[in-house]
Structure formats: C-alpha cells, structure tokens
Write a new protein. Structure first.
Length: 139
C-alpha cells in the first residue's frame, strides 16, 4: 500500500495566492471601479430607462458598479479587501466628477448617452465642481 506524501499547509495555500497589493494595483482597481460606474450609468439610461434625477439612481449605479467591479476584479485577480475598497473608491470618485466630463465634451456624451441626459446634467450641476448627493460644490 502506497501512502501519499504529506503536503504542507503553506504549499497548498501558495497555489491560489493573489499577488501582493501595490500602489499601481490599487490605481488599476480604482480605474476599474470608475469604468464600471460609467458602464452602469449607460446601462441604466439606455436599457432600464432610469433617469439620473430619480432619488435612488446613484445608489443603484454604485451597486451595479460594485457588483461588476467585484466580478471583473475576481477574474483579473483583484480579490483582496484593499482592491475592493479601490473599486468602490474609483466608482465613488467617478460618480462625483463625471459631470465635469459632460461639461467638457457635451456633444460626445450626447452621442453615447442621450441629449436629454446631457441637458439634465448641465442644468443640475456647475462646471469644475464636485457633485455630492445632488449638491454641487465648486472647486
């Protein structure tokens, strides 16, 4: 009878180990979170027909972006708690500052999203500001 060789715990855990968290990986996690928020906002406007002025639209967008970022982050080995915080920080930063991009290039956003979306954003926000819970804070 052949008895298998004992394998140490460290060797078993090292097989599925994620790479160490570095500043560049956190920045990539933030970029992934921001891109997921942009996709979530597009899906919300194009397919679900939920306007940005709906009171819970931002919570819905952040939830969709979080689920997408965690799923994609799991595929690209960004599974640690720090990566997940980076995903949500990037999504939150994009939520607060995306209207500035609409102010800089309204025609391009009208082609991707809709002219109604652009008009609504331009009417509700100020250029070069942070939009926190519907309140524009000029920088």
């Amino acid at each position: 009878m052949k008895i298998p060789k004992r394998v140490g715990r460290d060797r078993i855990l090292a097989n599925g180990k994620t790479p160490p968290v570095t500043v560049s990986r956190i920045l990539m996690a933030m970029i992934l979170g921001a891109l997921c928020l942009i996709v979530a906002r597009y899906l919300q406007i194009a397919f679900l027909d939920i306007k940005p002025s709906v009171p819970n639209a931002l919570i819905f967008e952040l939830g969709m972006a979080g689920v997408m970022a965690f799923t994609i982050g799991g595929i690209v080995r960004q599974k640690s708690f720090k990566h997940m915080v980076g995903h949500m920080a990037g999504a939150a930063l994009a939520a607060m500052t995306m209207h500035n991009a609409v102010w800089l290039a309204p025609d391009q956003f009208a082609m991707v999203f809709s002219q109604d979306f652009v008009d609504q954003i331009l009417a509700a926000t100020d250029p070069m500001s942070l939009n926190i819970a519907g309140t524009s804070i000029t920088i």
